[in-house]
Design a protein around this ligand. Structure first.
Ligand SMILES: [Zn+2]
Length: 107
């Protein structure tokens, strides 16, 4: 089953906007970022093979923030969780489609 990632995802009581930001990696060295204040996840669209991993990684950061999990900034822990969720989606035959998201300009 293919599931298109929406432009907005609700986590807890808050809506988080998902968008592309070109050259994000060139400017920040990150494939994705999450801004807790703006409630935004940005993903560099220039790296299509890592879009799903990056999306899951950033969403897990947001979940950790929302639910006050102590490892919010622990990149290794967030990576492991993202990998686990990717395996779960693969096992359930769910393919996340990350396309057509709004293009966001750098701040
Ligand atoms: Zn991270």
């Amino acid at each position: 089953m293919k599931v298109k990632v929406p432009k907005t995802i609700r986590i807890g009581a808050l809506d988080y906007d998902i968008g592309f930001q070109r050259n994000l990696r060139l400017r920040t060295d990150y494939l994705g970022t999450c801004d807790y204040q703006l409630k935004e996840i940005s993903i560099d669209p220039e790296y299509p093979k890592t879009l799903v991993d990056t999306f899951l990684h950033e969403v897990i950061h947001m979940i950790c923030e929302n639910y006050k999990l102590p490892f919010r900034s622990n990149e290794d822990m967030v990576n492991r969780l993202a990998h686990g969720f990717k395996e779960l989606f693969d096992a359930l035959d769910i393919e996340l489609l990350i396309e057509g998201l709004p293009q966001r300009q750098p701040l």
